[in-house]
Design a protein around this ligand. Structure first.
Ligand code: FES
Length: 166
């Protein structure tokens, strides 16, 4: 595969350039239906999510029904049809984190960011998501922001944690 995608580069592209890159991806995968998942992964890397108009575009280019493309996008949780923020905030609601206050952390973050689970702040900075156990149960509750893990979080620490990214 010669198309080289990296997040930083894709963020700088305008819509036209993104579609151009998508065309390249589709043709390098030979417009083959069997490669749809790989194509969608690359699509998400280019657009950062897969909105309906992009799904329609792929369906047309690959000569397949939109329902097939949409079916795959909605089936797999790693595909998103909504824009994601620069920072992915994941709150662990696995058993250990839940019983040690994970729910309170989630409620506080919803209030602070003004979004519900799965939503992105208007400035596209933060997306709030739930995650399952990441193996930090001994230091629960855990929150991650992109790659960084925060342990033994409590609602009072959240302002400082989120502040690091504002
Ligand atoms: S339950 Fe949250 S890290 Fe294990």
């Amino acid at each position: 595969m010669s198309v080289n995608l990296n997040d930083a580069r894709c963020k700088e592209l305008n819509e036209e350039e993104k579609y151009k890159l998508l065309n390249q991806v589709i043709s390098e995968y030979n417009q083959d239906e069997n490669n749809l998942i790989q194509i969608l992964h690359m699509t998400q890397a280019i657009f950062s999510y897969i909105p309906l108009e992009v799904q329609k575009y792929i369906a047309k280019k690959m000569n397949m029904p939109l329902s097939k493309v949409s079916g795959v996008v909605t089936f797999y949780s790693f595909f998103s049809t909504r824009p994601k923020g620069e920072y992915m905030v994941h709150v662990c609601l696995g058993t250990a984190c839940y019983v040690r206050g994970g729910k309170k952390i989630m409620d506080k973050l919803k209030e602070m960011l003004g979004v519900d689970v799965g939503e992105t702040t208007r400035d596209r900075k933060f997306t709030l998501e739930v995650m399952r156990c990441i193996g930090a149960c001994g230091l629960a509750p855990a929150v991650t922001i992109n790659e960084k893990v925060y342990k033994q979080v409590n609602p009072n620490k959240l302002q400082k944690i989120i502040g690091e990214y504002q």
